[in-house]
Design a binder for this molecule. Sequence first.
Ligand code: AMP
Ligand code: GLY
Length: 428
Amino acid sequence: MNVLILGSGGREHAFALSVSKSNLLNKLYIAPGNAGTCMCGNNVNIQVNDFEAIAQFALKAQINMIIVGPEDPLVNGITDFFKTRHDLKDIIVIGPSKAGALLEGSKDFSKSFMKKYQIPTAQYQTFSKDNIQEAISFLKSLKPPYVLKADGLAAGKGVVINDDFDATVAELKEMIEHLKFGEASAKVVIEEYLSGIELSVFVLTNGTQYLILPEAKDYKRIGDNDTGLNTGGMGAVSPVPFADEDFIKLVEKQIVIPTIEGLKSENIPYLGFIFIGLMNVNGKPYVIEYNCRMGDPETEVVLPRINNDLIDILIKTHKLEMDKISLSVNPQTAATIMLVSGGYPEKYQKGYEIIGLENIEESIVFHAGTKPENEKTLTNGGRVLAITSLGKDIQEAFQKSYKTSTKIHFTDKYQRSDLGQDLLKYKK
Ligand code: AMP
Ligand code: GLY
């Protein structure tokens, strides 16, 4: 198999490392990739939304499978682009159709999908410029904190949670009338606030069969003790101690099965990952959001726990032979910590040299925002490296990652120092 991975983050490096170990692999390419992915295969300088350039490269390099990392090309229809072109249709694209990607691309769509298929989620209504007064009345009927969500993709920033009614109304107007998040906030979902503890469950599916992968929990805020701005994720851990077997069974029955059935009933083709963001409310799962891809940095803790040949799993998924997959999951805990550029998630500098990447023994260092230059590795993004370690428990796994971090240096390096602490009170 010749495989092309699309994307350039830690998630794609994690995919690249797993794919590079496959017995079924011939050549691996990553577009555009980073300074880590080029240690697993060849980086190709093509952007993920340049479908025509991807197609030309795929034909030239005789690519058999494309794994799509980020949501953007999926929401933009890369899978349909390949399926509807005669010369490309035999290439297996791991990533849903444009219709399937709407589970992430439109909150209004995903909420109405959940309502239709009775999948537990927060009560909601959707509003636009035509019914702002009704939106305000609906807000009045809710208790604070108030939750506003831009309908479309807003680079992870489209959710606003506020305790103050007047500030929420002002925010709502900013979103709908002044298009704070562009066209993405022309429609806004207002929903009930759910109080609980979050985790994510990952499902691989072909639209008919499915496999539940190891669950994970990420740390979204920039500061210790979950303070400060939201980020793409400052760390993650798998397994999650409060997600016991009974809870995951409930997730399967109430969420995973009706989601797959719903996709089938709506005739939505879906070959790929579904990332289900959940709130555990007193032991009951509620869907906070769907994503049409794997998470970052969740992938950096999920894939290192899977012992199977990843390409074999993906081929069997494509061939509707998921019943032949016997998933082997490492019972150890995987923990990752993100090293980020000072200033992230706001303004930060790029181009600093990263020192100390050689001789890492206890951890796997996944590159996120890095680029190779003249034998050096330079910072090239907000999230720079994800350090993953396996350990007998949460404490040991994070300790190893923190120890590895002390060996790696770049100007203005920042990391959270409390990762995993909140979970020590749970036993698994
Ligand atoms: P989303 O982009 O939908 O994942 O939302 C971003 C974050 O906002 C989530 O990870 C939650 O922490 C929080 N959030 C979203 N919806 C709700 C809700 N209905 N109740 C409580 N928190 C929420
Ligand atoms: N870590 C959250 C995400 O990938 O969306």
